[in-house]
Design a binder for this molecule. Structure first.
Ligand code: HEM
Length: 415
């Protein structure tokens, strides 16, 4: 069973109070009590904030953990050519992420440092709670290019470049990237603060290539909570892999050691697609057609010819072009993925329409066995294609979790 407390964020001590506490520790004398320990809420003996998601562990948070309501996703180009600098950056990012996810500021904080120097932390999350912030790191195929960091022999085969699918209208400025950070939180300011501070730490070594804000999670990993709706007004995530379904996660999401390479054991692979949804066209479409296109009812979310949202779908009762029929594992040799997308609206397109859609995020054990075959089927036949267009694309290897304070993101790749 999922922990319902994940859905309702309980009151937690504020960053301001944490800072005050850390500041008191410093005032006592860093040498006497150990400044780092005093600032470390969890390590300092206090209970972790109830709305803080643990950062350390065998798997990265932000995949099977409950989905918070807001997203800031950023892809980075690595600008340094020095492998040791790249590894140092990942070490520094891991330490910062461990602090940020627990509601602590980066380094020495936003205030109280040397007046002559810029503060370690940018400060806009002072007084805010962790709000279930998760930070998930990924590595793009370009990082493994032969002439770059000497990592080409360690590139996972499962980190496959995506083929061009029919109907793709991909903007290179919204795709690719050597690294990515997925920041999810119930508070958009907390997510943006985290990405901003990681970018700042990386100055001179990485540059933001593209980023995407998202709201209103479109999939849930907690099946006991109400299924969220996407911008077409349909429940999205009904048949998703639950974060508590260890059997399905082990089979379809986590990379087992046997799959190799060794540094990816316990990790996953992420496909990110920015999908524009032509909501104005959709809104002029009859309810019956909308339901036929999806293969489920709009109100309840029940499969065609069934009554309840969680009734088993009868695929043959749906149109052959229905989205659910084409995406269902029975139509794809059992392929499944964990969907974790968010809605977006990025202003208007200059033609009087909202630039809105779904920022589709899906985690899987092997891109070649999940996203690629399913999207191949969808891109050819899905009735939904009349109403959507894929405009951005990226794929990332998601290394296993950072085990403890001595460990860091993707350490196994560099050692
Ligand atoms: C804007 C684009 C999309 C929209 C609006 C959309 C919407 C939906 C909706 C409403 C459902 C039914 C509820 C559910 O089980 O989640 C669904 C199911 C599903 N979708 Fe999508 N989807 C989109 C894109 C995609 C893409 C790109 C993929 C993968 C390549 C995908 C894969 C799936 C899968 C695997 C299911 C579950 C099928 C089942 O087992 O019943 N969807 N989608």
């Amino acid at each position: 069973m999922a922990d319902p407390s994940h859905e309702e964020a309980a009151p937690a001590p504020s960053r301001r109070s944490l800072l005050g506490w850390g500041g008191a520790g410093l005032a006592l004398g860093a040498a006497a009590v150990g400044g780092a320990t005093a600032l470390h809420r969890g390590g300092g003996g206090g209970a972790p904030a109830p709305d803080a998601v643990p950062f350390h562990g065998p798997r990265q948070a932000g995949i099977a953990t409950a989905v918070p309501d807001r997203l800031h996703f950023a892809a980075f180009d690595v600008t340094t050519t020095d492998r040791a600098e790249l590894a140092a950056l990942l070490r520094e990012w891991s330490a910062a992420a461990a602090a940020l996810t627990q509601g602590r500021p980066v380094g020495g904080g936003a205030t109280g440092g040397l007046p002559e120097a810029p503060p370690d932390d940018t400060g806009e999350a002072l007084g805010l709670r962790p709000a279930r912030l998760t930070l998930t790191l990924g590595l793009g195929p370009s990082l493994f290019a032969k002439d770059r960091f000497g990592l080409h022999t360690r590139r996972p085969a499962a980190l496959a470049e995506l083929p061009k699918f029919p109907g793709d209208n991909l903007d290179p400025a919204r795709g690719g990237g050597d690294l990515c950070v997925q920041a999810c939180s119930d508070d958009p300011q907390v997510a943006v603060h985290a990405v901003r501070n990681l970018a700042r730490i990386g100055f001179g070594r990485v540059a933001v290539r593209w980023s995407q804000l998202g709201f209103g999670k479109t999939s849930s990993t907690t099946p006991d909570s109400q299924t969220p709706r996407n911008l077409f007004g349909f429940k999205d995530g009904t048949a998703n892999i639950a974060g508590t379904d260890d059997k399905a996660l082990d089979r379809h999401v986590w990379v087992p050691a046997a799959d190799g390479p060794d540094w990816m054991a316990g990790g996953s692979y992420l496909v990110a697609r920015r999908i524009r949804m032509h909501i104005e066209t959709w809104d002029r479409t009859s309810l019956r057609e909308q339901e036929d296109v999806i293969g489920r009812t709009k109100g309840e979310g029940a499969p065609v010819a069934k009554a309840g949202e969680h009734d088993a779908p009868l695929l043959t009762a749906m149109l052959p072009t229905a989205h659910v029929r084409l995406a269902h594992p029975d139509s794809n040799g059992g392929a499944r993925m964990l969907r974790r997308g968010y809605s977006f609206t990025d202003g208007t397109d200059g033609l009087g329409r909202l630039d809105a859609g779904l920022f589709f995020l899906a985690y899987q054990r092997d891109v070649r066995d999940a996203f690629i075959p399913v999207q191949r089927a969808l891109s050819r036949n899905d009735a939904l294609n009349e109403y959507i267009q894929h405009t951005g694309s990226a794929v990332f290897a998601i290394p296993p979790g950072v085990r403890d304070e001595r460990d860091w993101w993707a350490r196994g790749l560099f050692t």
